[in-house]
Design a protein around this ligand. Structure first.
Ligand code: NAG
Ligand code: NAG
Ligand code: NAG
Ligand code: NAG
Ligand code: NAG
Ligand code: NAG
Ligand code: NAG
Ligand code: NAG
Ligand code: NAG
Ligand code: NAG
Length: 313
C-alpha cells in the first residue's frame, strides 16, 4: 500500500522512465528504500515522497518523519511543529515545499531507516485525513578511520628468512570495516579484531599477520568501510644474518697483513737510514729532498765533530 502511494506521487515523466525499476520494486515488495549516505558532522537531506504544489501550503498537511517505524523524528501538523524529540533536538529542519528532512550535524546514531508520511487534511477518507504518501529512505552514516599504522616486530631471524609479526591498526571509524592487504603483488589475510562500545559506536580495528620474509617486501594495509578506503604501505626488509660468520677470518687477515706491512715499512726505513749513508759517503751533494732532510737531521753530530776537531787543533 505504501509503495503504491509512492508511485502515485511521482511525476509522469519519471513514471515512464523508471517503469521497469518500479516494477522490480513492486515485485520485491518495495523492499528497497532510497539510500542516502553521509559522513559524521555533515548536513544531510532525506528526500520525502511528496512536493506541496505552489497553490497549497504546509498548513493543509500533516507530515511525519519517523525512524525505524516507531520513533518520531520531526512532525508538523497544520503548519505547526510538534515539539522536538530528544535525539534530534535542534538538529532537524523541514523544507516547507518538498518536505526534505535536513539533519545537521549528522551523528553515527542517526544511521537507520527513516520514513516520510504525508497526510492531506483537506481530503478525508473514511473520516480520517487521506495518506498522500508513505516512503522509506535509508541513511547510511560513515565516520572516517585514521590512516592505518603498520608496525613490525622481528621474532626470529635466520640466514634464509626473517620471521616477523606485523600489526596494522586504525581507529575511530564507522561502520565496521574490513582489513585487506597486499605484499608486492600477492594478497594477505589479516587476523582481525574489532573493538566498539556498541553496534552504533566508532570502531577500532587491528589486523595481525605472521610473516616469514625471505626477501624485502612492500606491504600494504587497507581499511575499507562503506565504500571508502584508507591505505598505508611499509617496506619490510629482511635482516641479513649471513655476514657474521665470515667476519672474524677476514678481520684476522686484515690485522695480520697490517702487521706484516708495518714491519716491512720499518725495515725499509731503517735500511734507508743506514745503507745510503755508507754507500754514498763520497757521492755528489745533489740528492733528492728526502736525503736533504736526512742530512739536516744529521747536522748536529757533524757540527759537534767539527768543533771537537777544531778544539783539538
Ligand atoms: C528540496 O528543496 C531544497 C531547497 O529548497 C533542495 O535543496 C533539495 O534538493 C530539494 N530536495 C528534493 C528531493 O527535491
Ligand atoms: C536548542 O535551541 C534552543 C534555542 O536556541 C536552546 O534554548 C536549547 O538549549 C537548545 N537545546 C539543546 C539541547 O541544544
Ligand atoms: C546503518 O544503516 C544502514 C541503512 O539503513 C543499514 O543497512 C545498516 O545495517 C545500519 N548499520 C547499523 C550498524 O545499524
Ligand atoms: C603507531 O603505533 C605505534 C605502536 O603502537 C606507536 O608507537 C606510534 O606512535 C603509532 N604511530 C602513529 C602515527 O599513530
Ligand atoms: C628460529 O628459527 C630456527 C629455524 O626455524 C629455529 O631452529 C629456532 O629455534 C628459532 N628460534 C626461536 C627463538 O624461535
Ligand atoms: C607477481 O608478479 C610477477 C610478474 O609480474 C609474477 O611472476 C609473480 O608470480 C607474481 N607473484 C605473485 C605472488 O602473484
Ligand atoms: C587470530 O588471533 C587470535 C588471538 O590473537 C588467535 O587465537 C587465533 O588463533 C588467530 N587466528 C589465526 C588464523 O591466526
Ligand atoms: C580506540 O582508540 C582510541 C585511540 O587510540 C582510544 O582513545 C579509544 O578509547 C579506543 N576505543 C575503544 C572502544 O577501545
Ligand atoms: C621460513 O621460510 C624459510 C624458507 O622458505 C624456511 O626454511 C623456514 O623454515 C621458514 N620458517 C618458518 C618459521 O616458517
Ligand atoms: C609500495 O607499494 C605502494 C602501492 O603498491 C606504493 O604506492 C609505494 O610507493 C610502495 N612503497 C615502496 C617503499 O616501494
Amino acid at each position: 500500500m505504501g509503495c503504491l502511494a509512492v508511485m502515485a506521487g511521482w511525476p509522469l515523466k519519471r513514471w515512464l522512465g523508471l517503469a521497469l525499476v518500479m516494477l522490480h520494486l513492486v515485485t520485491l515488495g518495495c523492499a528497497l528504500p532510497k539510500e542516502v549516505k553521509s559522513k559524521v558532522g555533515e548536513k544531510v537531506g532525506l528526500p520525502c515522497c511528496h512536493e506541496i504544489p505552489s497553490s497549497e501550503s504546509l498548513s493543509n498537511y500533516r507530515v511525519y518523519w519517523q525512524r525505524n517505524t516507531r520513533e518520531v523524528v520531526l512532525a508538523y501538523s497544520e503548519g505547526k511543529k510538534i515539539p522536538d524529540y530528544d535525539q534530534y533536538v535542534n538538529r532537524t529542519e523541514l523544507d516547507s515545499k518538498n518536505l526534505t528532512l535536513w539533519i545537521y550535524p549528522v551523528e553515527i546514531l542517526d544511521n537507520g531507516t527513516y520514513q516520510c508520511v504525508v497526510q492531506n487534511l483537506r481530503i478525508s477518507q473514511d473520516f480520517s485525513p487521506r495518506v498522500v504518501c508513505d516512503a522509506p529512505v535509508s541513511l547510511s552514516v560513515t565516520a572516517d578511520f585514521s590512516e592505518p599504522n603498520i608496525t613490525s616486530n622481528v621474532i626470529n631471524t635466520t640466514c634464509e628468512s626473517t620471521e616477523m609479526v606485523v600489526t596494522c591498526s586504525s581507529y575511530g571509524g564507522f561502520p565496521k570495516p574490513k582489513i585487506s592487504g597486499f605484499f608486492n603483488n600477492g594478497s594477505l589475510v589479516w587476523n582481525t579484531t574489532w573493538v566498539s562500545e556498541s553496534s552504533l559506536s566508532p570502531y577500532n580495528v587491528t589486523g595481525k599477520l605472521h610473516l616469514n620474509v625471505t626477501k624485502d617486501i612492500n606491504l600494504t594495509c587497507s581499511v575499507e568501510y562503506n565504500g571508502f578506503v584508507k591505505s598505508t604501505s611499509l617496506l619490510l626488509t629482511k635482516t641479513n644474518d649471513c655476514i657474521a660468520p665470515t667476519m672474524p677470518p677476514s678481520y684476522n687477515v686484515i690485522t695480520a697483513t697490517s702487521i706484516i706491512f708495518i714491519i716491512f715499512l720499518l725495515a725499509i726505513t731503517l735500511a734507508a737510514r743506514y745503507f745510503p749513508r755508507h754507500a754514498c759517503f763520497h757521492c755528489s751533494k745533489n740528492q733528492d729532498p728526502m736525503d736533504e732532510d736526512e742530512k739536516e737531521s744529521m747536522k748536529p753530530p757533524t757540527i759537534s765533530k767539527m768543533t771537537s776537531e777544531t778544539s783539538s787543533v
